[in-house]
Design a protein around this ligand. Structure first.
Ligand code: DHB
Ligand code: FE
Length: 285
């Protein structure tokens, strides 16, 4: 059977992608950001999964305001980087895993979560920047990726609790797939940031670090945090953090297994308008 070996959490700032693509990673400003991912790049080489299930949000690139799925699973064989206004990033296309994605859709929908099945979709910085941070510049991503898009852009957005429960359904789905694949679940977006209005530029280090503490040790309690607290404390775009609870809900301890090992933790301000947070949690056998 397939198993979930680890979960990875990281912010997805588009300027990080531009810094990498334009060769600015050694500039002092960016060096401090990328330094936090040196461990992670080696870790991913040492712990290469067969598939990455990547939870992220689209920023009105694949989905316009005409159709807004709350949860969308990419079942295609490949996904092309989206044109985000600066043009598509010069990164490899993303190879999917249609068989596992279809199995997950079947299992999770029968488990009472409504997913939109997407057979054709471009992927924006929400998906490609986390891959770049974890892999660096590369000619090919290390394994197939199943894109899982969550609406955190247009209200109403899903609650942390629903995301946490969905993560548990995703774990059940992956663990019932009849092939011994090692799967990592990544939760991306966040941390605190607000891009608009009078509070634009908001960063809340105290909230972010408490979120990381609770995500590790008390994800169930954290999942009950109401949506208004994200917006008040972490800013309007801080709501992206609910996606981290999907990945955390898929970890073994939530289903009665051992607590995960914290392999890596990093926090840095600033990167563009955002606080950068990053965690790697390993399931322990
Ligand atoms: C920024 C952050 C985001 O999450 C995003 O989607 C776009 C821009 C920023 O920090 O500039
Ligand atoms: Fe974003």
């Amino acid at each position: 059977m397939a198993s979930i070996t680890a979960s990875v959490y990281t912010s997805h700032v588009p300027a990080i992608g531009a810094a990498l693509d334009l060769g600015k990673t050694h500039e002092p400003y960016w060096q401090k950001v990328f330094a936090g991912y040196e461990f992670s790049k080696q870790w991913l080489k040492d712990n290469r999964p067969d598939v990455i299930f990547l939870v992220y949000n689209d920023h009105a690139n694949a989905f316009s305001l005409e159709i807004i799925p709350t949860f969308a699973i990419g079942t295609a064989a490949e996904f092309t980087p989206a044109d985000e206004g600066w043009g598509p990033r010069p990164v490899p296309k993303v190879i999917g895993h249609p068989e596992l994605a279809s199995h997950i859709a079947q299992s999770v929908i029968q488990d009472d979560f409504d997913l939109t099945i997407v057979n054709r979709m471009d992927v924006d910085h929400g998906l490609t920047v986390p891959l770049s941070l974890m892999c660096g510049k590369t000619g090919a991503w290390p394994c197939p990726v199943i894109p899982f898009a969550v609406n955190v852009v247009q209200y109403p957005v899903p609650s942390g609790q629903r995301c946490f429960r969905l993560g548990q359904a995703i774990r059940r789905a992956i663990e019932s797939y009849d092939e011994p694949l090692k799967v990592q679940v990544w939760g991306t977006g966040g941390m605190s940031h607000q891009l608009q209005g009078p509070r634009a530029g908001l960063i809340n280090r105290e909230f972010d670090n408490a979120f990381l503490d609770r995500l590790i040790a008390d994800p169930e309690g954290l999942s009950r945090m109401p949506h208004i607290d994200y917006v008040r404390e972490a800013g309007s775009e801080g709501i992206e953090l609910v996606m981290w609870l999907i990945a955390r809900g898929a970890m073994a301890d939530v289903a009665g297994g051992r607590p995960p090992k914290v392999a890596h933790r990093f926090y840095h301000v600033p990167a563009s308008n955002t606080a950068v947070g990053h965690l790697i949690l390993e399931n322990q056998r």
